[in-house]
Design a protein around this ligand. Structure first.
Ligand code: ATP
Length: 222
C-alpha cells in the first residue's frame, strides 16, 4: 500500500471498557490497520476504568468476549495487560509497557474515538501520553461536540494532516481520521437492548452474541 515501514514498526493500542465489544470497535480497528499501515492493533480492555463506574461484567469476561469477537482477524490482538495489572487502568502506564516492548523507534499510536478524545485533558498524565505515543482520533457519528479549551492547550501544535507526517517521529503527534465505515453503535445502546430483551443481531459479532446469550450477560442488570 506504499507505506514505508523502514522507520520503525507501526503499532496501535485501542483501549476501552469493551462492555461488550461491538462491530463499531472491530471495524474501526480493521480500518485503522489499512489507513495507517499498522503491524498490529492491541485491543486492551480496562480492568478498572479510572473515569467511569465499574462495569457490571468483570474484566476477564470482557476480555473473553473480545477474544471471541476478534476470532482469527489478522493483526488484531486481545491484550490482557491491563487486567494483569492491579489498580486503575491508566493508559499512560499501558503505553509505557508497549513502548518498552517495541522499543524507542517504534511508531506507537493510541487510537480513540472522538467522544473519548473530548475528555482527554482530564485523564491521568495527559502530557505523558504524547511523550509515549501519537494520538489518532476516530470520528464517530453523533459525536461532533467542539473541543474544550483545556484540550486545545494540550494538543496545540501537534496536529498533522496525514499518516506520513505522523510517522516521521515515534510519538507526539495528533491525527484525526474519518475512517470509511462510521458506525453509530455504542456499548451503552447494546447493553440497554440486552437488558430489555431486544435484538442485538448485526451490532455484535455472532460469536459474541452467542456467548452473551448463553451466559445471560447484561440481562436486567442496570
Ligand atoms: P459506552 O457506550 O459503554 O461508553 P463505547 O461503545 O463508547 O462504550 P468503549 O469501550 O468505551 O465503547 O470504547 C473504546 C474506544 O472505542 C473508545 O475510544 C471509543 O471512543 C471507541 N469507540 C466505541 N464505539 C465506537 C464506534 N462505533 N466507532 C468508532 N470508535 C468507537
Amino acid at each position: 500500500m506504499g507505506i514505508s515501514v523502514s522507520d520503525g514498526v507501526r503499532v496501535a493500542m485501542l483501549g476501552g471498557t469493551f462492555d461488550p465489544v461491538h462491530l463499531g470497535h472491530l471495524r474501526s480497528a480493521v480500518e485503522l490497520v489499512d489507513a495507517l499501515g499498522l503491524e498490529r492493533v492491541h485491543m486492551i480492555p480496562a480492568h478498572q476504568p479510572p473515569l467511569r463506574e465499574a462495569p457490571g461484567v468483570p474484566s476477564h469476561e470482557r476480555l473473553t468476549l473480545l477474544q471471541h469477537g476478534i476470532g482469527d482477524t489478522p493483526r488484531l490482538v486481545a491484550d490482557d495487560r491491563e487486567i494483569r495489572r492491579d489498580g486503575p487502568s491508566y493508559s499512560a502506564d499501558t503505553l509505557a509497557s508497549l513502548r518498552a516492548e517495541y522499543g524507542e523507534s517504534a511508531r506507537l499510536v493510541m487510537a480513540l474515538g472522538h467522544d473519548a478524545f473530548l475528555k482527554l485533558a482530564g485523564w491521568h498524565q495527559p502530557q505523558r501520553l504524547f511523550e509515549l505515543a501519537h494520538l489518532v482520533v476516530i470520528e464517530r457519528p453523533d459525536h461532533h461536540q467542539p473541543l474544550p479549551d483545556t484540550l486545545g492547550e494540550l494538543i496545540a501544535g501537534r496536529e498533522v494532516d496525514d499518516p506520513a507526517a505522523l510517522f516521521a517521529t515515534p510519538a507526539g503527534g495528533l491525527l484525526r481520521l474519518s475512517l470509511p465505515t462510521r458506525m453509530a453503535i455504542s456499548a451503552t445502546e447494546v447493553r440497554q437492548r440486552l437488558c430489555y430483551g431486544g435484538s442485538v443481531r448485526y451490532l455484535l459479532p455472532e460469536a459474541v452474541e452467542r456467548r452473551i446469550m448463553a451466559l445471560g450477560l447484561y440481562r436486567h442488570e442496570r
